[in-house]
Write a protein that binds this ligand. Structure first.
Ligand code: GYE
Length: 329
């Protein structure tokens, strides 16, 4: 896992990696010996199709590649690390110009990243982080998940304003071992530890970022912990699944159980406008344009920022109806 401090100190390594990647190529893909332009090929390994966020991210990558004139080789790993490793190996064998992937979990990438480095193919991470050495990848295009966890906790403060009594929180965690699950949990806990010794996490388990996972885990939570009156879901899809179980248990989502989630997908906003989700910390999936820009820059030998972040906002239920028509995903 990379900390923000480690990333800052990695700026020099980033410059080195960028230069190395660019120098390593036999021929720059952006200009051929005949003076014409050779099309860039990007190999992209997506996590899967587990959530609304992921669908929006996939469309963004595909649309941005088409708009940038980049030849995109795309594969869906169905939430399995071994499929991603295989896809990256295939891209290396095909001698693509750049490899990008959104790592399903943070650990276990050293070997394949070293293989890409040996083949002199630069790797740009998108969305999620790896815990491999920073000289094995050029740049990360994605969000700060720890901050998102902190933002979710601050949104809960707003939602609970004026309320009295015990705060019994259930947490639906994202995919175990993934950067967003680990860091969102850490950010949320940081705010709890600093300011809310009275908040209690009474149940916490993974729902694998899926609607069905959220539904099933929440149903079990409600049986074993009827005292739950707050849900923090690491993404909207799990919150949406949980809403079904809360209703099935005869409780009112957003009222009997306050709900805060992360992402800000269309269906999350619809549930928020209906008062079923109380607040959402946005996580922007529209990373395609920034990724294509990074791909072009690295091949042109330019130095990239080690961490290219995105703009994100916070929303409470009262804002949802007005914001809904302007949502892009
Ligand atoms: O929050 C979730 C998706 O990695 C930020 O993955 C992403 C997360 C997103 O499945 O909905």
């Amino acid at each position: 896992m990379i900390s923000r401090r480690a990333l800052l100190s990695g700026a020099v390594a980033a410059a080195a990696a960028g230069t190395l990647a660019a120098c390593g190529k036999k021929e720059s893909p952006s200009s051929s010996s005949s003076g014409g332009t050779k099309q860039i090929t990007l190999g992209f390994s997506q996590v899967g199709s587990e959530s609304g966020w992921r669908s929006a991210n996939t469309s963004s990558v595909k649309d941005a590649a088409a708009a940038a004139g980049i030849n995109l080789k795309f594969s869906d790993a169905q939430q399995k690390q071994e499929n991603q490793i295989q896809a990256i190996r295939d891209y290396i064998a095909q001698k693509v110009d750049v490899i990008s992937f959104s790592p399903v979990v943070s650990s276990g990438w050293d070997t394949v990243l070293k293989e890409a480095q040996a083949a002199k193919i630069p790797v740009i991470l998108t969305d999620r982080q790896v815990d491999s050495s920073q000289d094995l990848w050029v740049s990360l295009v994605g969000s700060d998940f720890e901050i998102e966890g902190e933002r979710a906790a601050h949104l809960l403060e707003k939602v609970l304003q004026g309320a009295t009594g015990a705060v019994n929180i259930a947490v639906l965690e994202g995919t175990t071992g993934s950067a967003p699950a680990t860091q969102r949990a850490a950010g949320f806990k940081k705010v709890m530890d600093a300011s809310h010794p009275d908040w209690k996490i009474v149940a916490s388990q993974t729902g694998d970022f899926t609607r069905d996972g959220g539904k099933q885990v929440m149903a079990a939570f409600l049986t074993s912990h009827p005292e739950i009156n707050v849900l923090f879901a690491h993404n909207d899809d799990m919150a949406l699944g949980a809403i079904q179980s809360i209703q099935a248990a005869g409780k009112k989502p957003g009222t009997d159980i306050k709900i805060v989630s992360i992402d800000g997908v269309h269906d999350g906003f619809v549930a928020m406008a209906a008062g079923q989700i109380n607040a959402i910390a946005e996580c922007n999936p529209l990373l395609g344009p920034q990724l294509m820009d990074a791909v072009k820059k690295v091949l042109a030998g330019q130095t990239l920022e080690k961490w290219i972040k995105t703009q994100e906002a916070d929303f409470v239920a009262a804002d949802a109806a007005a914001a809904l028509p302007n949502r892009k995903y």
